[in-house]
Design a binder for this molecule. Structure first.
Ligand code: 5RP
Length: 225
């Protein structure tokens, strides 16, 4: 029986196979954040001479990439990326996701928006029928914390300030439990439109293009319907 760590490694390795297919001297890879993305970064080191570089979705991933000698580029200097590789906290069969367990959802969404394809890598425990058991991370500008929390409560959520955490953008995170997510795209739009919200952790517009989910029987590949 493979451990969760071994499953994450399997998913990261499957994503590295995709890098092997797309690698080239002008190619830039978008890199996510989290423990599964960390394993992907470690494996990416062997491609560093076959790539122009990477764009990282967090300071944490940028530091890990740089420590391995993998070039990290400013997104403003990059027009195109064939793939963005990242984990998820939850993913459903439509490949909608909840992300932001690491508090990096804003930069993750920005980098993903420039990539041709979002490849989600995760162990199969992240696959759910319906999103919402994982509390939804919402990045908020600090002065709007209480006002946004009240609006999220009015939606049926129970927002909790992530203690001692400041995002790479200097903001705070409200983790919102108890939301009844029946229409994830509508909720994503609604929360993102609340004044003071920078980005909520719903990724539905679009979600992932491909999910590589590691199971005890090997990689299960899901494609956006
Ligand atoms: C970070 C994220 C991560 O992708 C998500 O939290 C999954 O992390 P892990 O691979 O450690 O399970 O969204 O903001």
């Amino acid at each position: 029986m493979l451990s969760q760590q071994e499953l994450k490694q399997q998913a990261a390795t499957a994503a590295l196979d995709i890098v092997d297919q797309v690698a080239g001297p002008d190619v830039v890879i978008g890199v996510g954040t989290g423990s599964t993305a960390d394993l992907f970064i470690d494996g990416l080191a062997r491609f560093k001479d076959r790539l122009r570089g990477t764009v990282a979705s967090s300071e944490r991933s940028a530091a890990r990439l740089a420590a391995l000698g993998i070039p990290v580029l400013d997104l403003n200097d990059v027009e195109r990326m064939p793939v963005y590789i990242d984990g998820a906290d939850e993913i459903d069969p439509r490949l909608h996701m909840i992300k932001g367990g690491g508090g990096a959802q804003t930069r993750e969404k920005i980098v993903a928006s420039v990539a041709d394809r979002f490849i989600c890598i995760a162990d199969e425990s992240k696959l759910v029928e319906r999103l919402g058991a994982f509390p939804l991370p919402v990045e908020v500008i600090p002065m709007a914390r209480a006002a946004v929390a009240r609006k999220l409560q009015a939606l049926g959520g129970k927002p909790v300030l992530r203690a001692g955490f400041v995002t790479d953008n200097g903001n705070v995170i409200l983790d919102v439990a108890g939301l009844n997510i029946t229409d994830a795209p509508a909720l994503e739009m609604h929360i993102n439109n609340l004044p003071g919200v920078v980005t909520c952790g719903l990724f539905t517009q679009p979600g992932a293009d491909i999910a590589l989910l590691a199971t005890q029987q090997g990689i299960r590949r899901l494609q956006r319907p």
